[in-house]
Write a protein that binds this ligand. Structure first.
Ligand code: GLU
Length: 415
């Protein structure tokens, strides 16, 4: 397996986009560095009565188009560079869907699987005590990401409100609906991804009712499996995987039953009428549409040449390595890049911020309809750039996002 510094990859992508846009040196430099970085030492009382020290990060990559926005991850391999890359990608993601937001990301280096609920709550609250001076409804608005969820957001919001002594639900998004969350947020990332697949099928003449596979069966993967049938009107889910393994059935799975099984047992393994296959084999199956919905760098030069899908919809952040990207392009596989395919989550986060500001909440169909509109528009803008500049979809999405941020920097007189 190749080992990657994701931020090096992210910077290379900016340079490529900058070349196409003829950006000057100062703009390129400005866009290749985070505007602000914070690192925190977090001391947490553990269940055994001892104190443990954790490292936390928050990076506000760019503010030109609005306050920083992006999730907080709890992960044992977290480093300042993983957060830099993810904060950087958030900047282009919010710009591609044309939200009035910048990009940011946070994280804590920890293994959440070894922490109790009480320890997770202590850690979440301690993170906010450290970050409170630097975040805010018009400054930087975190959300969940890998191994964080609406409950984490509820604790964090509560801690923040206690510190500022004010009702401020919009300081974080993807909260439970009972405390200022929006309807439709749980499905948002997957819904956005499936909408881009619907548009790509139309453009490429791919039959949306054909076979598909989902790599990574967490929230986004599960919802994508369900929504694929709903939005595209059919389709056959023939393989899924999670961290424990992969399963296959050429006749297709019932997505609803599979989600129930996963929620009950914690894994997709052992699902009736399924054959267990190796992780790697899932990516190489004969499907038309593939959804990578796990972590970074799943599609690498080791497996890219054997991928048969016509469309890859990147629901995860950074699932394809740069070498793999080149191979997929050569094979003519249409990759809907993460900054577009996974932008549904942050789009509905933005809707949540708006609703919190007005303290007036929309029904779910309004949320879904506005999300569809945003993603369809973003998809066609990227598709135009592909045709106009004769470039592959990832570069086209970067060009659209980077151009918008560069323009805002210029208008502000930063460069
Ligand atoms: N963590 C999600 C992402 O990577 C959502 C971020 C947000 O809603 O701010 O897009």
């Amino acid at each position: 397996m190749e080992s990657y510094n994701s931020f090096t990859t992210a910077k290379r992508q900016i340079s490529e986009a900058a070349k196409i846009l003829n950006l000057d040196e100062a703009t390129l430099q400005l866009l290749s560095e985070p505007q602000r970085e914070f690192t925190f030492s977090l001391h947490v009382k553990m269940d055994n009565g001892k104190t443990k020290i954790f490292r936390g990060y928050r990076i506000q990559y760019n503010f030109a188009r609005g306050p920083a926005k992006g999730g907080i991850r709890f992960h044992p391999d977290e480093t300042i560079d993983t957060i830099r890359a993810l904060a950087c990608w958030m900047t282009w993601k919010t710009a591609v869907v044309d939200l009035p937001l910048g990009g940011g990301k946070g994280g804590i280096r920890c293994d959440p699987k070894t922490l109790s609920q009480r320890e997770l709550e202590n850690l979440s609250r301690e993170y906010i005590r450290a970050a409170a001076p630097f975040i805010g409804v018009d400054k930087d608005i975190p959300a969940p990401d890998v191994y964080t969820n609406p409950q984490t957001m509820a604790w964090m919001m509560d801690e923040y409100e206690t510190i500022v002594n004010n009702h401020q639900p919009g300081v974080l998004t993807d909260k439970p609906t009972q405390v200022g969350g929006t309807l439709g947020r749980r499905d948002a990332t997957a819904r956005g991804g499936v909408i881009t697949v619907r548009e790509a099928c139309k453009n490429l003449g791919v039959d949306p009712l054909s076979k598909f596979a989902v790599q990574g069966f967490g929230n986004a993967g599960q919802r994508a499996a369900l929504l694929h049938h709903e939005i595209l009107g059919g389709g056959k889910l023939i393989a899924v995987s999670d961290s424990r393994g992969a399963i296959y059935n050429p006749e297709g799975f019932d997505s609803n039953e599979l989600v129930t099984h996963k929620l009950k047992t914690g894994t997709v393994l052992g699902f009736p009428k399924s054959k267990q296959i190796a992780h790697e084999d899932l990516l190489e199956l004969d499907v038309d549409i593939l959804y990578p919905a796990a972590l970074e760098n799943a599609i690498s030069k080791d497996n890219a040449s054997r991928i048969k899908a016509k469309i890859i919809c990147e629901l995860a952040n950074g699932p394809t390595t740069p070498e793999a990207d080149i191979i997929l392009n050569q094979k003519g596989i249409y990759v809907i890049p993460d900054i577009l395919a996974s932008a549904g989550g942050v789009t509905v986060s933005y809707f949540e911020m708006v609703q919190d500001k007005y303290s007036f909440f929309w029904d779910e169909s309004t949320v879904n309809q506005r999300l569809d509109q945003k993603l369809t528009t973003a998809y066609s803008r990227v598709h135009e750039a592909i045709k106009e500049k004769k470039i592959h979809p990832r570069l086209a999405a970067m060009v659209v996002g980077v151009a918008r941020v560069a323009e805002a920097c210029k208008l502000r007189g930063w460069v």
